[in-house]
Design a protein around this ligand. Structure first.
Ligand SMILES: Cc1ncc(COP(=O)(O)O)c(C=O)c1O
Length: 392
């Protein structure tokens, strides 16, 4: 008799492959990666780095290449200092390196937060429509998941939050601001009240913060007032560095320090640290296109409204618009014309990332042709939002 848990019967007890029960038949994350001329589906920055930045990044990698026989700086001290400096300048706040943590994309940051502050017997909550990956991180960290709802206009409903937080006592509240997929930013009063109400941590995911409109504040300003507040950021969007995988957070030093328990040893490679530091040295240039993208976003919103579409006001680098009785057909019509956008959010809505002026012209042309072909009069189609689910 074998001493394997299945008695040597090759997975007969657990099934094959011997996956965790709750992972059976789950489709892996998969925004389509299609070779299209105009990709406006994953909220990337369309502007690649200049020759000068490419050279500096390559030199930085060449310098560490000779030391790759050694493990990297486990505490990535230089990078934490550089990120504290950047956030301080960007949001007009004062931060010290011990308040900063970084990982391979803000996805990994979120998973680490749930590993440290969620876990069996604990619950994380968010309010839909919200970022579709959160429930998956919660599942992977064996954390219960509860999703409340935003109002019909996607604004935040504090009464609903009071009710749900009272009912579930979540150890983690997770909210993107600006929200993905709606682009809606949270006011300070909401974040402040959530921090007071929540028995655990409140994570404000500011992946798109640099695109916020004038007058929209960053949750970073509230850090001195709430010890349970965590603000996450990423270099994937405004910094045009999605390929490098660098996400980070700012929080109280005690919260930040707790993450050292769950992180994998040396989780941030020497190459990643070198690339991120080089990018931060060139932040003016890399962030230089943010103003252009914000202007292009506002032009896109205006155009969609003029055509008669419903549009969610956006503080991000994407726009949610609709509603369509059959959004899949509209999405397909755009794809047939070489423009890839995203089917996401409540039923009937579509999301387009903001690209270059040429890409947005391709998008508006393709949408005009598609709606004409399908006989859609923008603004006349309705859907029942309350009965629908998020999709990716
Ligand atoms: C709200 C939100 N948070 C986090 C992420 C993850 O970003 P990354 O892991 O590239 O830092 C995304 C990516 O689209 C996002 O939309």
């Amino acid at each position: 008799m074998s001493d394997r848990p299945d008695g040597g019967r090759g997975g007969a007890v657990f099934g094959w492959p011997p996956l965790r029960e709750e992972l059976r038949d789950v489709e892996p994350y998969g925004a389509p990666q299609l070779p299209v001329p105009v990709a406006l589906n994953v909220n990337e920055n369309p502007y690649g780095p200049s020759e000068a930045v490419v050279r500096d990044v390559a030199d930085a990698v060449a310098r560490v290449a000779g030391t790759l026989n050694r493990y990297p700086d486990r505490e990535f001290s230089e990078l934490r200092a550089a990120l504290a400096d950047y956030l301080g300048a960007e949001a007009g706040v004062s931060l010290v390196p011990s308040q900063i943590w970084a990982a391979n994309g803000s996805n990994e940051i979120m998973l680490q937060l749930l590993q440290a502050f969620g876990g069996p017997g604990r619950t994380a909550i968010s309010f839909a429509p919200t970022y579709s990956m959160y429930p998956e991180y919660a599942r992977d960290a064996n954390t219960g998941w509860v999703a409340g709802r935003r109002r019909e206009d996607f604004s935040f409903d504090l009464d609903e939050a009071r009710r749900l937080i009272g009912e579930h006592a979540p150890s983690v509240v997770l909210l993107p601001s600006p929200n993905n997929p709606t682009g809606t930013a949270l006011p300070h009063e909401v974040i402040g009240e959530l921090c007071e109400l929540a028995p655990g941590i409140v994570v404000i995911d500011e992946a798109y913060a640099e695109f916020r409109r004038d007058g929209t504040p960053s949750a970073l300003e509230l850090l001195p007032h709430h010890r349970n507040l965590v603000v996450t950021r990423t270099m994937s969007k405004a910094f045009a560095l999605a390929g490098a995988r660098l996400g980070y957070l700012a929080a109280s030093p005690e919260l930040t320090d707790a993450l050292r328990v769950v992180r994998l040893p040396y989780h941030l490679s020497a190459v990643t640290q070198a690339v991120a530091l080089a990018a931060l040295r060139h932040r003016e240039e890399l962030l230089g296109r943010v103003a252009d993208l914000r202007a292009e976003r506002d032009r896109t919103v205006d155009w969609l409204v003029e055509q008669g579409h419903e549009v969610a006001p956006s503080d991000a680098n994407f726009v949610l618009f609709g509603r369509f009785e059959d959004r899949q057909r509209v999405w397909q019509g755009l794809l047939d014309r070489g423009v890839l956008i995203r089917v996401t959010g409540p039923e009937g809505w579509l999301r387009v990332s903001v690209g270059t002026p040429e890409e947005m012209a391709a998008f508006t042309d393709a949408l005009t042709e598609t709606t004409a072909e399908l006989g859609i009069q923008p603004g006349t189609e309705t859907t029942n939002q309350s009965t629908t689910e998020e999709t990716r």
